[in-house]
Design a protein around this ligand. Structure first.
Ligand SMILES: *Cc1c(COP(=O)(O)O)cnc(C)c1O
Length: 315
């Protein structure tokens, strides 16, 4: 069966028909080296016939920071990128949960890869269906990987750089070959950092605890939303600090959070059952409050969603 694809991808400064967005094979090797990206989700609300894009401004501002750190120019402001993404979602008639993937990469990267001033950038933005797992019983078993997380003086994990994913890929291959679902990585100080594409939080003695932003984590927008909700909606004390691996072995609840992971319950770490070895009540509550907001059902957090009316759009 041929792969389903959207009608358009944003490339070469315009909505380009999918089939026309091609590059020469010799340009691929070095182009991903400094490439930076974002992962953004749109949540479909069938009754409203609206797509709600979660925290698009925060994601696009982070894309600006990522391009700055890798010294790539980006010819668009956050407001301009927002307009492009809204137009792309409309033109692709995204009437379902959708993932939006903007990618900025160096043009002529092979020739210019060591010249800090010579890199011109290109931008692509693609959309693809990605059904939410919030509200399902999806859960994972974690193992602490023997691979150390990259650190700020090695390859800064703070930004979404494609190259950073090599580190997480090694860890994921390792733990999946051993029958686990997800890798937890320690930083060079032996403290918990994050999973390859998601941050980690745990609940102990009624407090929500998560590694602080200098633990070698990506400053996750979902993590920030969870911290806000835990405080404002659940009345929990939240602590950001260095976390030992054994704290996770003894925790009442553990979950990962990120745009792709959403809130994924972790039911065991290194074969230690987390709490009762099932999805915990606080994890469920956070999943529910977040899903309400993401699907445009909680006007109190309307500032977190950009709503696209799709009532007049048909495939
Ligand atoms: C994207 C990402 C996350 C999650 O960040 P969000 O802003 O919540 O999507 C966490 N860790 C890594 C390494 C990531 O790339």
């Amino acid at each position: 069966m041929a792969e389903q694809h959207p009608t358009y991808i944003f490339w070469n400064n315009e909505l380009t028909p999918w089939e026309d967005a091609t590059v020469h094979v010799t340009s691929i090797a070095w182009s991903a080296l400094g490439a930076v990206f974002e992962g953004i989700r749109g949540y479909w609300n069938a009754e409203q016939e609206q797509l709600h894009v979660f925290r698009i401004t925060e994601h696009l501002d982070r894309l600006q920071s990522s391009t700055k750190l890798v010294r790539l120019p980006l010819a668009y402001t956050t407001a301009e990128l927002t307009d492009v993404i809204v137009r792309l979602l409309r033109e692709n008639v995204c009437r379902e949960d959708t993932y939006v993937f903007p990618l900025v990469y160096g043009a002529d990267a092979e020739v210019n890869r060591f010249d800090p001033n010579a890199l011109a950038s290109e931008l692509t933005i693609r959309t693809k269906p990605m059904p939410s797992r919030l509200g399902s019983d999806f859960q994972q078993h974690a193992r602490v990987s023997t691979w150390t997380r990259i650190s700020d003086n090695v390859m800064p994990p703070r930004i979404k750089n494609i190259s950073n994913y090599r580190n997480g890929q090694l860890a994921t291959h390792e733990v999946r070959n051993d029958g686990y679902d997800v890798a937890f990585m320690l930083n060079p100080y032996g403290k918990i950092s994050e999973a390859p594409g998601a941050c980690i939080a745990h609940l102990a003695k009624g407090k929500l605890i998560t590694p602080d932003v200098t633990s070698g984590i990506l400053e996750s927008i979902t993590r920030e939303a969870v911290i806000t909700l835990a405080r404002e909606e659940l009345g929990l004390e939240v602590v950001e600090r260095a976390v030992d691996r054994t704290e996770l072995y003894l925790a009442d609840e553990v979950f990962t959070c990120g745009t792709a992971a959403e809130i994924t319950p972790i039911v065991s770490v290194d074969k230690y059952p987390v709490g009762a070895g099932r999805i915990g009540p606080v994890t469920r509550q956070i999943q529910q409050s977040l899903e309400d907001i993401m699907r445009g059902r909680n006007s109190q957090y309307a500032r977190w969603v950009t709503t696209i009316d799709m009532a007049l759009t048909t495939a």
